[in-house]
Design a protein around this ligand. Structure first.
Ligand code: 13P
Ligand code: SF4
Length: 390
């Protein structure tokens, strides 16, 4: 069987985003692997049909997982859809499939590889599907920050990483008795951590960290931001010693675009409208909203809302458009008037999915995401802690 595996580790220098040095097989230099170029000019209908055929051929040997931000022409092929948390649960539970084809981004595929069985192989249909937020925290930076905080005497500090981070960052948390959280379980995980340590060190999403800290009544001035490019993260020793939470200076390029004025504008435009946002949005937006939660929470909230209700949703465009199409008895619109699409999620196109599946059906594993053993072992400890605390 031919295989193009991408091993991810700190040594490989890969972060949560896309590996840059490795490209998918593009020619017949690896015997038997179909080149991606053969797929780029196919028509939509043919791609759809061939994906269905390849799935049928693979049967139970393959499971396709799809994150809610995937485009419609990809999500329609997913066997299971979910937010980051639900998909990690699925990856750890579906041990019958040999192949997990992950329609999502790189850090999700890494987590699936860590949580799945040894006999399973995880495939990311396009290796360029990374996450700009995950790329904002590199292991060396986190380790430097950790050492500096320890030197200041902040030893009762719990590291928590958001799921949107590289495997080596999760492994760092595993090694330091820390944990992983997602947007759907950040509050119980913060609760767990605050019962064990005085302070939290949260990375890489400043906003999810602050929004969750506020839920625990932690004052804004006791949550300081650590900028890895500055000495002591840009803080004084006193600020760090007084802080309850040290927040990494990272953000989502999609959710970071929503502004408080968008909330005001939508309320003025549509009297009675409810504002529902993802907690990766900045605090100024979340604090003005009616509800906030993960993508799974957003979907459930709209589904259960009464007919005739109006919703402005602050999250990725593909999901908001899908909700608007699915619930025609309700009014659903994007919170901001301009496009907010996750460009890296969008990299997973039907062409790549078909290319991966047809190669798999012929016994050729392409774009495998493989986390090195040592990183996977520690990252799994942090992920398993998360899965156990619900
Ligand atoms: P959830 O899947 O936790 O809702 O997070 C959204 C996201 O940004 C995934 O990258
Ligand atoms: Fe990363 Fe934001 Fe895209 Fe999620 S939506 S994958 S956090 S860039």
């Amino acid at each position: 069987m031919m295989s193009t595996a991408v091993t991810t580790s700190h040594d490989a220098g890969l972060n949560g985003g896309a590996p840059t040095a490795i490209t998918p097989a593009t020619a017949l230099d690896r015997a038997g692997i179909r080149p991606i170029d053969d797929y780029l000019n196919l028509g939509e209908a043919e791609i759809y049909e061939r994906i269905q055929e390849a799935k049928q051929k693979l049967g139970e040997r393959v499971v396709i997982l799809g994150h809610h931000y995937q485009r419609d022409d990809v999500i329609c092929h997913a066997d299971l859809t979910g937010d980051s948390f639900k998909l990690s649960q699925q990856a750890s539970a579906r041990h019958n499939a040999d192949y997990i084809v992950f329609c999502g981004v790189h850090f999700m595929a890494e987590s699936a590889d860590i949580l799945s069985g040894d006999h399973q192989q995880v495939i990311l249909p396009d290796l360029a599907a990374g996450c700009s937020m995950a790329d904002m925290a590199r292991l060396e930076q986190v380790e430097t920050a950790w050492e500096q905080l320890q030197e200041l005497g902040l030893t009762s500090l719990m590291p928590i990483t958001y799921m949107n981070s590289a495997a080596n960052i999760k492994a760092f948390c595993g090694r330091h008795e820390g944990v992983v959280c997602t947007s759907s379980n950040a509050a119980p995980l913060f609760d767990w951590a605050l019962k064990r340590r005085e302070k939290l060190f949260f990375f890489p999403d400043e906003h999810l960290g602050r929004n969750t800290g506020v839920k625990f009544g932690i004052p804004l001035d006791q949550m300081v931001v650590w900028d890895p490019r500055q000495e002591l993260g840009g803080n004084t020793e006193e600020q760090l010693k007084n802080a309850r939470i040290v927040l990494w200076k990272g953000f989502c390029s999609v959710h970071g675009r929503f502004q408080a004025r968008h909330v005001d504008d939508r309320r003025a435009e549509y009297p009675g409208i409810k504002i529902l946002v993802h907690p990766e949005c900045r605090y100024e937006v979340v604090s003005k909203s009616d509800l906030n939660g993960s993508t799974e929470f957003i979907i459930k909230t709209i589904a259960e809302a009464p007919a005739g209700s109006k919703w402005a949703v602050g999250t990725e465009l593909n999901l908001v458009n899908r909700l608007a199409k699915r619930h025609t008895d309700k009014f659903v619109t994007l919170l901001a008037p301009d496009l907010c699409m996750c460009a890296t999620m969008f990299r997973i196109a039907p062409e790549n999915l078909l290319w991966s599946l047809e190669n798999l059906a012929e016994g050729n594993v392409v774009n495998q995401i493989k986390v090195d053993e040592e990183t996977a072992r520690w990252a799994k400890i942090a992920l398993d802690r998360m899965l156990a605390i619900q």
